[in-house]
Design a protein around this ligand. Sequence first.
Ligand code: TYM
Length: 327
Amino acid sequence: MSSQKRVFSGIQPSGNLHLGNYIGAISQWVNMQDQYDCFFCIVDLHAITVSQDPQKLLAKIKELAALYLACGLDPKKSTIFVQSHNPDHASLTWILDCLTSMGQLERMTQYKTKSDQAGASVGLFNYPILMAADILLYQTDLVPVGQDQKQHVELTRDLAQKFNSCFGPVFKIPKPKMLSVGAKIMSLQNPKQKMSKSSLDKRGTIDLLDSPQTIKNKIMAAVTDSGQEIIASPNKPGISNLLAIYSITTGLEINQIEKRYQDKNYGQFKSDLAQEVVKFLTPIQDRYRTICQNQKGLAKILTEGKQKAKEVSQKTLDQVYQKTGLR
Ligand code: TYM
């Protein structure tokens, strides 16, 4: 058995993968592959908590799998799989459902925001429990995510503790892992709002597959703050956000970038940032196109991933069934 600590995380195959997803989640994943036993999931069951076009959903699942690889996830190091290919996720969800109070779910910020739309589904309400099942099935130590998922990981910890104290120890208690810079990348058009797949103003979001020209246009049109100084500060949310993007895409520390732009203006900074982002995304886009040409290879990676995932999850689920009196 591996003595490495276990990592689990996932992204929904809904909308377009954007720079916020890359920075908050995937950049951490890529760096964790050598040190940890990693499971990275395409969480398609989460995507159907809101209405999806079936054909588009299937295409998005494949697109996201190809993007995982293009961003640097390596199937030789990490287990990459699709959530619905392993039925254990849905099975554990039901058991955890029966352990969770309505009040616990009603407190979830993301549900409160998303359920404003008429006709919100039971699935949308239940979503954090499916996420808890994802994490707990793999006896996860660390969950690398963006800031917006922290509350869901905390609920996961509460549910694991509740199960263990009611039925005896089965689950590891996972911890969220977030970047100190980049855990919440904001919209380029509204630095008070998170960069989001579902955002209506597309100019605020840089998608990983955006063309170089689109990236340049979006960055040059990014909302900035009053004043001229290029420094990270709570009263400069626009510039602080651009600095975080600059830092992740170049590997430079924020204070190094601040020094570099001491005597420069916003226009110069944005134009350089646009170039850096294009330079960063171009190889990812090239790899993505190559990977897409080999759909068979991609399917094979996901099948092998499913098998490896199932081997681990099955053991946890068996224990859960035994402890709860179902076996
Ligand atoms: P999702 O698909 O909305 O987002 C995927 C990941 O990207 C992070 N993220 C961001 N990070 C920084 N800045 C942003 N603007 C930004 N927007 C999104 C998210 O925090 C997330 O890490 N429920 C999850 C998916 C999920 C999951 C899991 C994650 C399902 N099961 C188990 C971890 C473990 C979600 O909807 O993420």
